[in-house]
Design a protein around this ligand. Sequence first.
Ligand SMILES: Nc1nc2c(ncn2[C@@H]2O[C@H](COP(=O)(O)OP(=O)(O)OP(=O)(O)O)[C@@H](O)[C@H]2O)c(=O)[nH]1
Ligand SMILES: [Mg+2]
Length: 350
Amino acid sequence: MTNVAIIGTEKSGRTTLAANLGKKGTSSDITLYNNDKEDVKLAFVDSHSYPKTLKSLVTALNIADMAILCIPPQGLDAHTGECIIALDLLGYKHGIITLTRSDSTHMHAIDELKAKIKAITAGTALQDWECISINTNKSAKVPFEGVEELKAKIHAMAEKIAAEQAELNSLPARVFIDHAFNVTGKGCVVLGVVKQGISRDKDKTKIYPMDRDIEIRSIQSHDVDITEAPTGTRVGMRLKNVQAKDIERGFIISDKEIVSTDYTLECTLSKFTRKVETASVLHLFVGLESEPVRVEKILVDGQEVKEAKPGTTCVLELSGNKKVAYSKEDRFLLANLDLTQRFAAYGFSK
Ligand SMILES: Nc1nc2c(ncn2[C@@H]2O[C@H](COP(=O)(O)OP(=O)(O)OP(=O)(O)O)[C@@H](O)[C@H]2O)c(=O)[nH]1
Ligand SMILES: [Mg+2]
C-alpha cells in the first residue's frame, strides 16, 4: 500500500486532484482520499491547511512514501519554493511534479515553466523527478489531460515503494498515529500508518511518549478487518488500556522509542534560510509530532558559537516543553516561523 502526499502552493489544484484520485475520508488539517479499487491500494493525503500551517505539509509528507508537487501555471511562487525546500531537507526519495490546470495555459508557457523547474531543482532531492502537465477539468478542450499518465506513473512508483517497504517488514513494528477518537461501543480508535515492521492483531506493545502498555484489539485497513498490517499500511486500530483523549497526533505505537523534551541534533542548515542564533525559538518536527523549541547552544567543530550560517552544519542543543517520542534514525526538521521561507534545517539525534 502506498501513501501519496499531494502538496503545493495555494490554489495549485491539490484538492481537485486528490478528489479525482480517491474517495474522501478523514479530514482535519489534512484530508485523506482513498483508492482501494485497484490491486495496489493507495491513500492520498491533501495537505490542505498549507501554507497556513507547516504542520499540515510535514504531516502529509511524513505519513506518505511519495509526493505529488502541484505547480499551477502562475508558477514558482514563494510557497512552491518552500515546498521544494521541505522535500529537499527531508531527502524525499519518491515524487512527481504535476503542472496543474494545463487547460488554462499554453504549450509554450508550460515548456518555459518546465525549464525553470529543471533549473531550480538541480542539485536537490527533486532533480530527477518527472514533470507532467495535467488538468482535472471535464469541460477543457482536452479533458483530464495527463491524468491517466499520472496514475500510471503513481502505480509504477508504488511498485518500487512496495519492494522497499517489504524490506522494512523485518524491523520492529512502529505505527505513527495521525488521528485518535472514541467510538461508542468500541472504545479508543486510532488512525495511522505502519512506518516499519508488521503490526499484528492482539500485539501487546506500548504507546509513546506515554510509555504505557497497551494491546491492539483489532486492526482495519480500508474498512476491512485484517490480522496483520505490514509496513506502509494505513490502519485503523482499536486499542486497549488507553483513552483517545490522551492521545495526540505523533504518538507512536512501538515496543521502544526514545522520549525526551530536549534534543542534541547534528544539523545541516538550508542555504535558503537566515542564520540560526542562540536563544532563538525554532519549530521542531519529527515523525508526525511538532512543537516549539529554544536554541540553547550551537556547536561548530566542537566549539560553542553564537550563530550558525545558512548552508553549514552544526550541533544544536534544543529545549522544549513536551515529551516527544522518536528513534535515532528519524529525521528532524527545524523551521523559523517568522521568516517567509520557513524551513531552516534538518538533523538527526546525536
Ligand atoms: N480550469 C481548471 N481549473 C482547475 C483545475 N484544477 C483546479 N481548478 C480550479 O482551481 C481552483 C483551485 O483548485 P483547488 O483544487 O481547490 O486547489 P487547492 O490547491 O486545493 O486550493 P486551496 O486549498 O484553496 O489553496 C478551483 O477553483 C478549481 O476548480 C484544472 O485542471 N483546470
Ligand atoms: Mg485545497
